[in-house]
Ligand binder design. Structure first.
Ligand code: GSH
Length: 205
C-alpha cells in the first residue's frame, strides 16, 4: 500500500495526487498541516530532512520531492505511461518541469502565501509586484511552447501533472490570462477537465 504524507492545500502535494489519480492508484492519506509546523517533527524529518511535503512511502521506499516521486510512480506503475517514448521527447518533458520549478513555482508560492495568508497591512507589496511580473513572463514563455497536441508534450505527461496545480490557481492572485494567451488558457481548461484534477482536490475543493 502506498502512503502519501501531504497537505491538501499544497500544490506540490497535488502534483503527486494527480499522478496517483491518473494511474488509478489508491493511497493511505496522512495529512500534515504545514501551517502548524507539523512537518518539523523528528519523525517526519527522518523521512524528509527538509521538512516538506509531499513524502511518499511505498514498501521499503521513502522518497520526497514531488517530481522525483512522480518519476518513480511512472516507472514503477507504468500503466498508463506519463512520459513520451523516445529520449528527445523525454528530455523535453524534464526540461519543462525543471524550468517551471525555477520560474513559475519559485515565484508563485511566495505570492500565494503573501497575498492569501497574510493580513493586508503586513504584505510585502514590492515582492508581490516583482514576483507577479515574473509569473506573467513565465506564462508568456509557456504559451510559446505548445505544439499541435492538447498538452505540453502532446498527450498528458508528467510535465502537465507538475504544472496543473499551479497554473490553475493564477486567478487567485489576480492573474487573468484570458485572451492574451489563448493556447495557455485552453490548456488550463483541459487540465481542469481531467478527472485527476477533481480527484486530487482537497475536501474543500
Ligand atoms: N521542491 C519540493 C517543494 C516542497 C514544498 O515546498 N512543500 C511545502 C508545501 S507546498 C512544504 O511542505 N512546506 C512546509 C515547510 O516548509 O515547513 C517538492 O516539489 O516536493
Amino acid at each position: 500500500m502506498i502512503t502519501l504524507y501531504h497537505f491538501w492545500e499544497s500544490g506540490n502535494s497535488r502534483e503527486v495526487r494527480i499522478v496517483l489519480a491518473e494511474k488509478g492508484l489508491d493511497f493511505e492519506s496522512k495529512v500534515l498541516n504545514v501551517m502548524k509546523g507539523e512537518t518539523r517533527t523528528p519523525e517526519f524529518l527522518a523521512m524528509n530532512p527538509f521538512g516538506k511535503v509531499p513524502v511518499l512511502v511505498d514498501g521499503d521506499l521513502t522518497i520526497y520531492e514531488s517530481n522525483i516521486i512522480n518519476s518513480y510512480l511512472d516507472e514503477h506503475y507504468p500503466d498508463p505511461p506519463l512520459m513520451p517514448e523516445g529520449a528527445p521527447d523525454r528530455a523535453r518533458v524534464r526540461q519543462v518541469i525543471h524550468w517551471a520549478n525555477q520560474h513559475l513555482h519559485a515565484n508563485l508560492g511566495p505570492v500565494l502565501v503573501e497575498s492569501l495568508l497574510k493580513p493586508e497591512p503586513q504584505r510585502d507589496k514590492e515582492m508581490i509586484t516583482r514576483r507577479t511580473k515574473a509569473i506573467e513572463r513565465a506564462v508568456a514563455e509557456l504559451d510559446k511552447r505548445f505544439g499541435s497536441g492538447p498538452f505540453l508534450a502532446g498527450e498528458f505527461t508528467l510535465a502537465d501533472a507538475a504544472l496543473a496545480p499551479h497554473v490553475t490557481v493564477l486567478g487567485l492572485i489576480g492573474i487573468e490570462v484570458g485572451d492574451r494567451f489563448p493556447r495557455f488558457s485552453a490548456w488550463v481548461e483541459r487540465l481542469k477537465a481531467r478527472p485527476s484534477y477533481t480527484k486530487s482536490a482537497g475536501p474543500e475543493g
